[in-house]
Design a protein around this ligand. Structure first.
Ligand SMILES: [Zn+2]
Length: 394
């Protein structure tokens, strides 16, 4: 068997594995938001309740052979099921093809796991406007640990770059979340009152970072957590004050005044974004564990707030999207993450306009666009950034 044949067989094998995971993914997407087990009971036809046999469950093919109808009662089966199976097969096949085991070792494995989890998360977001923490934060763990398996030379992040990518991703989105929300509330304060890790920690780190850079941001955020824990109550500055000072400090450092104490524009922006992102991610994990410990029985999505906030405050960016940025940033590193975010915004705008023209009114969440943008960026960010930097003559 030639090397090319072996590679082709390898790609086909992974495409088949992907289609089976797609079939399981359909079950997850249906059952997870309902708080049902994803392994039991076996799948049934929702109308006649006949338990589906293995012959009904062959990915894509069963649907085609049955022409989208239940074998027993003839009720229609949504074409979404075979489409998800086909998409998962295509994604796994492309990843196996792009990262051949001979050169790239196990690089494709974490990327396949990320693709599967993020596609499921995107579909659940489309259905319910919610992103389960188990999928977004679970995928963040896969993205951060998977970076230890990537072979060099494929443009994939090192573990350190994955960590910075996750912090930048979460940081950019949480700052949009806070500043956008502030504008929507007409510059009144938020009602949020949590401790020890909260949006107040994020705000403190964002402000400290813009003045003093990354390490100052991390130190001030940590101090805020310690002080809230000692005081046993939220220690907070009003958000209009924090982001007013933040803007003034940003203008100072970007204009070059920060050079007097050794902080240039880049250090200032990076400090604010990474500081805010690090504590938003820490808070997301903290409250996920705390919620999970306090009420194991309730449906996993019950208390998350769609698409507004927990307190019913208007938001520019849901907190589910903020958490979703963690695995995307970890997978891509910060430069490609920003390319993916830009693609997501463009895609969202195009689809939004197209939907409006077609007379649709259903609100399409941003999460699925972030996922699609990120995987497009995985494919195109490197040549695109190279071309752009070439234009600038860098
Ligand atoms: Zn049936």
């Amino acid at each position: 068997m030639s090397e090319a044949t072996a590679h082709a067989a390898w790609v086909v094998l992974w495409a088949v594995v992907g289609s089976l995971i797609g079939s399981f993914g359909n079950v997850v997407v249906y059952r997870w938001p309902r708080g049902e087990s994803v392994v039991r009971p076996r799948s049934r036809c929702p109308r006649c309740e006949r338990v589906l046999s293995p012959l009904d469950l062959v990915p894509v093919l069963s649907w085609l052979v049955l022409r989208g109808r239940c074998r027993t009662c003839g009720s229609t089966i949504s074409p979404r099921y075979p489409l998800v199976e086909a998409a998962m097969a295509l994604g796994f096949g492309l990843l196996a093809w792009s990262f051949p085991i001979i050169d790239a070792g196990a690089s494709a494995v974490p990327l396949m796991a990320l693709f599967a989890m993020l596609l499921m998360a995107a579909l659940i977001d489309l259905d319910t406007y919610l992103l389960p923490d188990g999928l977004t934060l679970g995928a963040a763990a896969v993205g951060l640990l998977g970076a230890f398996l990537y072979a060099p030379g494929f443009g994939l992040p090192t573990p350190g770059e994955a960590l910075v990518g996750a912090a930048v991703g979460v940081g950019v989105l949480v700052l949009i979340n806070r500043i956008g929300g502030l504008a929507l509330r007409r510059f009144t304060d938020t009602k949020e009152r949590l401790w020890p890790v909260s949006l107040d920690t994020v705000n403190a780190a964002a402000l400290a970072g813009v003045v003093g850079g990354v390490w100052v941001a991390l130190a001030v955020g940590a101090l805020q957590i310690v002080a809230s824990s000692v005081a046993r109550r939220p220690l907070r500055l009003p958000e209009p004050l924090v982001y007013g000072l933040w803007l003034v400090a940003l203008v100072f450092t970007v204009s070059g005044a920060g050079a007097a104490w050794g902080v240039d524009a880049a250090a200032s922006i990076a400090g604010s974004v990474i500081g805010a992102g690090a504590f938003a991610f820490l808070g997301a994990v903290w409250w996920w564990v705390a919620d999970w410990r306090s009420s194991e029985q309730r449906a996993p999505l019950e208390e998350a707030g769609p698409p507004g906030d927990d307190d019913g405050e208007p938001v520019a960016m849901g907190f589910g999207d903020v958490k979703l940025a963690a695995p995307l940033g970890a997978m891509l590193g910060w430069e490609a993450f920003l390319v993916g975010l830009l693609l997501a915004v463009l895609l969202g705008a195009v689809i939004g306009v197209a939907q409006r023209l077609a007379g649709g009114s259903r609100f399409v969440p941003f999460g699925p666009f972030m996922v699609v943008g990120a995987f497009l960026a995985l494919a195109v960010a490197e040549p695109l950034l190279g071309w752009y930097l070439g234009l600038l003559g860098v």
